[in-house]
Structure formats: C-alpha cells, structure tokens
Design a protein around this ligand. Structure first.
Ligand code: FES
Ligand SMILES: [Fe+2]
Length: 345
C-alpha cells in the first residue's frame, strides 16, 4: 500500500491519542501497512521506529522498554529511540561488534492531543500536522472519538462531507427528509475543497432545543484539506454558538482506516447539559456511518470503483477524488475551480 500511495504519504498521520502513550509501554501502530513501534521516553518525547528487529525481523513492539530503549523479545537486542542497536547480549562486552545499521526511524510530533507520525520516508517533513481546532477559550469544549472504519480514506472523507446521506443513514438522528432546496458554492483549490452552504432554513439533529434555541441563522461549511482531513462547521448567529466536527484519517491498510474525530462545541449556558448527552449522541451517529461505510467498502471490493453515476450533490466528492488521485499519481493538482450547486434534502 505504501508504494502505491505516491505523494499521499508525504504528510503527518495521527498514530493515536496522546493519552494512549504512557512511559515504559510500547505502542504498536500501522500506517499505510507499515508497522511502527512507538514509546514515550522519560523526557516526555516519543520515539517511533519500524517494528522490526534487525537481527531476525521479530516485532519489537512485543518487547519491553528498559532504560528508554526497546528490547527485542527474541534474543534481547536493545535499540534506542533513534533505532540504533546499543547492546547485543550474545556479544557480551564487545560493543564494537554491534552493527551500525539502524532500524528506520520516523519523525514524531505531539499536537492537539494527538501523536502524529511523518510518513514521507524519503522526504523530510515540510509542513505541520493539520491544525485541529482545539479551541483554547473557556466557552468551547471538545473531545475526541477514535473509530475504526472498514473503508478507504477517500470514501470516508467523502462521507464526512456528504449531506444527502444524512436523511437516510441518520434518519431521526441528524436530519429528516423535508425536501428543502439547498444551494452551495463548491471550490477546489490546489490542496482543499471548500463547500459553503446557503442553508439558513435547515436544522440538524438536536439543534432546535440544544444548539440553537433562539433559531439563529445557521452557517454551514464543509471543508476538505489534503490529504486526509475534513472540518464541518455549524455556526449560529454571530458565532454565539457552534458545533465543529473535525476528522483526520489514518490509513492502516486497504479498506481499514482509523479516524480521529474531534468534536468542538459551544452551546452557551447549555454546554454542561450538552456534555452529558453529546458524547453518546455523536457515537450513535458515527456508528451509523461505520455501518454504511462497511457496506460500501464490501461492495467496492466486489465491483471496484468503476461506473459511478454522480449528481450535483456529488461535486465535492469528485473534486476530492481529483486532488487525491493527482497526489497518488505524483502529478500536479488540477487547476482551481468553483461551482454553484443545488440539491434537495
Ligand atoms: S530477532 Fe530480535 S534479537 Fe533476535
Ligand atoms: Fe454520516
């Protein structure tokens, strides 16, 4: 998978929540089918190296952390955070016999409550991790959901940017069918797809009683940022209230993706009440997407991606496919484009 992903690998991918990386415990992750072992050192930084011992290829993640180093469970070779072997028990005191070849290391950054790994193995990092909107102000609250999906990144980001499915997959939970006309501007830049809805007469799920009791006009934008991030904003009035869903996708293997969803919200004095119910509500909604994305993925395996038919409501999906395909094929992105669309929900 790594070899066929072209320039898509040249990015930071979330490896897990920061809270999951405890000192002295190896964490095994898989990104683009590349097995990586990570561990937190006592200065707080995180080491990430290929999960493969140089001696006989045993996974280092099954070993133990001793003195900031990882010890292979088979013959006890010891590796430091840079992947350099520093001790071979069967060589006794002969440190000069230790091979100089390192286990491959990966750049790591910890930001916004996530641990990120740079996957451009032959390309050093040239940008920062995606800025997850972890609003620092008191009025905003946030939490993460970590979800495994049995589908590919392109199909998942399309789902997260998709409005028409909400009245079917999330019927009664997020939006009901009313046959109202919705218009939107869809813009494709060199590295993003930006959708601005004119949807002031629409309402989502719990909005009427929780997020928008005063019935303020809703501003809805759905943005995709290359190669794997989406941000959906529902903002009410002059930013009095808001609900932002940001997702960053980590490809594990074909038809297997970990999704880190950040829910950021500001509901005025109702925020404490929201805290109680929002978590189970958003988990219910995401489980419905997990279900339909598995169904979709299974049938794509059966029929392939060929022969799709698209409507105006799929414009943003086609733009996402254009950008990701160009990056995968190591071509320059297609020229910028803007289009107005209409559809009914
Ligand atoms: S396989 Fe790792 S020490 Fe032998
Ligand atoms: Fe959905």
């Amino acid at each position: 998978m790594y070899e066929t992903s072209g320039n898509l690998v040249n990015s930071w991918y979330a490896a897990g929540l920061s809270s999951g990386f405890k000192e002295g415990k190896p964490v095994k992750v898989r990104i683009f089918e590349v097995p990586i072992v990570c561990w937190r050192k006592n200065d707080g930084s995180i080491a990430a190296i290929l999960d493969r011992c140089n001696h006989r290829n045993v996974p280092l993640s099954d070993g133990q952390i001793v003195d900031q180093c990882i010890v292979c469970p088979y013959h006890g070779w010891v590796y430091n955070g840079e992947g350099q072997c520093v001790q071979i028990p069967s060589e006794g005191p002969h440190v000069e016999r230790i091979p100089t070849k390192k286990v491959e290391g990966f750049p790591v950054k910890e930001r916004y409550g996530l641990v990120w790994i740079w996957m451009g193995r032959s390309t050093p990092p040239f940008k920062d991790p995606f800025p997850m909107p972890v609003m620092a102000e008191k009025k905003w609250n946030h939490y993460y959901m970590v979800t495994h999906f049995e589908n590919n990144v392109t199909d998942l980001v399309e789902n997260f940017m998709d409005v028409p499915h909400t009245i079917f997959v999330h019927k009664g939970w997020f939006r009901d069918r009313k046959q109202i006309r919705i218009t939107a501007d869809v813009e494709r830049t060199s590295d993003s797809v930006l959708v601005t809805y004119d949807q002031s007469n629409d309402a989502i799920g719990f909005s009427s009683w929780l997020i928008n009791p005063k019935n303020l006009p809703m501003k809805h934008t759905d943005n995709f940022y290359m190669p794997n991030n989406t941000r959906v904003d529902y903002i009410y009035g002059a930013e009095e209230r808001g609900f932002i869903i940001t997702s960053t996708c980590t490809p594990v293997a074909p038809f297997s993706t970990m999704v880190y969803t950040l829910i950021t919200y500001k509901f005025g004095w109702l925020t404490p009440i929201a805290k109680l119910g929002l978590n189970s509500y958003t988990r219910k909604v995401i489980s419905q997407d997990v279900w339909i994305m598995k169904k979709h993925g299974d049938n794509v395996r059966e029929f392939g991606y060929q022969d799709y038919r698209s409507t105006q409501a799929d414009t943003m999906h086609l733009y996402i496919e254009n950008l990701r395909k160009a990056s995968e094929e190591q071509k320059s992105p297609p020229p910028p484009l803007k289009k107005e669309i209409e559809f009914w929900v």
